[in-house]
Design a protein. Structure first.
Length: 600
């Protein structure tokens, strides 16, 4: 046996002259490992984990152990045994892992640091063995944590993309999180690695921001610029042209000092490897990641994900399973959760996840699921639902981008979502946006439901209303007459939807100064609504207010004031003082009263 009289450094990488120190992280790491203190003054902390998104002591021996798989872990231990001439290391009957563990625990080995690198797969270390372990036999692949040495003269540093694995390997101690670089660190890294490539300070700052201050993405970018002899300005132009360009650039292979030869040579492939690992371990978790990538990346409501079911069994998502699935995604830093329990995805992670879906041929399936999820959750846009509609609007935009919908359910969901979003735009007075979405809603509802379906007629009626609000009276009138006649035919003369159509047509007549025609229709609607749904129903009150406006326009101001006063009294009692209808009626009544006073 070789006793360690001088420190050994068994690290399979060359010195990296371009290394940019993360000073605060290194300081924290040394403190937690116990190095920097005089020997014997304190016991080093046995284990520390460094956790972060993929891409990020002289008297002590350093042993580097690759942990991306059980086989690589075993190979690293075999290298330690051979280099250090551990007794019996060449005996094929001995358990090599147990041999190295016991040897490192011996006091005469001196102080050491073991780096467990790329320990992302929890099952490699904590999975249940398939058979009992016998002395003198090789160990199973799925229970390697037992071979990590435990002693006061050694420390273990774990690097991982999976916070859950890091937490367990550090024996319950929270891992040190390596976040993205700050502006100064990323600028320093770019200046060192660009090596003569033309770039201004402003371009470096923009590049850092565009690549989210991720060290591996920045190094990959500078490698591409050097290999293809382009400037930072040219590279930025490529990035800014399209998301596809960004994903393609992240998928470019590159070489750098200190990269493990066994890991992917492109940032996108590094993440995709983690996606595959997650998918293999739990299908639900992979499906949630896939689905999330198709919403807007910020403030994703968990509600959108609760509609998900197992792709093979149809089994619904349970609350516990959902929490555990999110836990895995958060552990890999692919997803974060804010204080309101909304979920967020890293922009680059989102784009690479979409690339993964395309590669697997599952993009269309998850696009349909995302559309169904938002459509089922998005309410019709009005005063009551204004807050939810505003919060969900970015997600509605995201799922409506693709029109490659195949199933009838998906086409119906698209039509419904377009209809509800158009309602929100109408509430806000954004008539052009409302018109754009209503036209699409009418188109899809005709395809899915047919020309005479009540929902189709509702969308046409809303489009007519938008024309009316833009002063496009003739276009509005044409559609309103069409809807009114169709509703009379399908629903009957006294149906609430038919009465709404008549009232809308009356409003269009009123706006054109056709008072008599408007009054005739308004009286008809008011009398019908007094019967059903009743005198105090908001729709009836709206009819009364509209008739009051027509009387005023005809010069019957006193009759109009009396009618409007009775309407306001009931509105305030039933709807409240702050309801938009009550406020509108009160404002109108005050204005008319002033006019009446001036006349007198």
């Amino acid at each position: 046996m070789i006793l360690i009289k001088r420190p050994l450094v068994l690290v399979p990488y060359d010195y990296n002259p371009d290394f940019v120190g993360r000073s605060e992280i290194l300081k924290n790491l040394k403190q937690q490992l116990g190095y920097g203190r005089r020997q014997g003054a304190a016991t080093p902390r046995p284990r520390v984990a460094l956790h972060g998104l993929g891409g990020t002591c002289p008297e002590v021996s350093v042993f580097w152990v690759h942990a991306s798989s059980a086989e690589r872990f075993r190979q690293s231990y075999a290298s330690i045994a051979q280099e250090c001439q551990v007794p019996s290391y060449d005996d094929p009957k001995m358990d090599m892992l147990l041999l190295v563990k016991k040897w490192l625990e011996r006091q005469d080995c001196g102080r050491w640091l073991m780096v467990i690198d790329n320990a992302d797969d929890t099952q490699v270390f904590f999975g249940q063995p398939t058979e009992p372990i016998k002395t003198g036999t090789s160990s199973p692949d799925r229970n390697l944590a037992r071979y990590l040495p435990e002693c006061t003269h050694g420390a273990i540093l774990v690097t991982t993309r999976n916070r859950q694995t890091g937490l367990r390997l550090a024996q319950g101690k929270g891992p040190i999180e390596i976040r993205n670089m700050d502006e100064d660190e990323s600028g320093q890294l770019l200046r060192i690695t660009l090596n003569g490539v033309s770039a201004t300070a402003a371009e470096l700052s923009t590049l850092s921001s565009r690549l989210e201050y991720l060290p591996l993405a920045l190094v990959q970018a500078t490698s591409f610029m050097q290999e293809n002899a382009i400037s930072a300005s040219d590279y930025l132009q490529l990035l800014n042209k399209s998301d596809q360009n960004l994903v393609d650039l992240l998928s470019e292979e590159f070489e750098s000092v200190g990269r493990d030869s066994g890991t992917p040579r492109a940032l996108a492939e590094t993440w995709i490897l983690s996606f595959e690992q997650i998918q293999q371990q739990d299908v639900f978790t992979g499906e949630i990641l896939s689905l999330m990538s198709l919403f807007d990346r910020q403030a994703i409501p968990p509600k959108f994900l609760s509609y998900n079911k197992h792709q093979h069994t149809g089994e619904p998502m349970t609350e516990i399973r959902f929490i555990k699935a999110l836990g895995v995604l958060k552990a890999f830093s692919f997803v974060t959760e804010d204080k309101d329990h909304k979920l967020n995805m890293h922009r680059l992670i989102q784009l690479v996840t979409r690339k993964w879906l395309v590669n697997k041929g599952t993009m269309q399936r998850f696009t349909g699921q995302a559309l169904l999820a938002v459509s089922q959750a998005y309410p019709y846009g009005n005063y009551k639902n204004r807050t939810v509609c505003g919060a969900y609007l970015p997600h509605a935009y995201a799922v409506l981008e693709s029109e490659d919908t195949e199933s009838k359910d998906e086409r119906a969901a698209r039509a419904s979502l377009l209809h509800c979003v158009a309602g929100f735009f109408s509430y806000q007075g954004r008539w052009k946006d409302a018109e754009k979405f209503q036209l699409k809603a009418v188109k899809w509802r005709k395809v899915v439901l047919g020309d005479e379906h009540p929902d189709t007629l509702t969308s046409i009626a809303n489009l007519a209303s938008t024309y009316r609000n833009q002063g496009r009276w003739k276009e509005a009138e044409t559609l309103e007459v069409q809807v009114m006649e169709m509703r009379k035919k399908v629903l009957g003369d006294e149906h609430p939807d038919t009465l709404t159509s008549i009232a809308n047509l009356a409003s269009t007549y009123w706006n054109q100064g056709r008072w008599k025609e408007a009054e005739t229709l308004q009286v008809q609607v008011m009398e019908m609504r007094k019967k059903v749904p009743g005198d105090e129903h908001p729709d009836t009150l709206t009819s009364i207010a509209n008739l009051a406006c027509t009387w005023k326009s005809q010069g019957r101001l006193e009759d109009a004031l009396t009618l409007l006063q009775s309407c306001l009294h009931v509105q305030q009692q039933n709807l409240g003082l702050d309801h938009p209808n009550a406020i509108s009626t009160r404002t109108t009544l005050i204005r008319w009263t002033k006019e009446a006073t001036q006349i007198l």
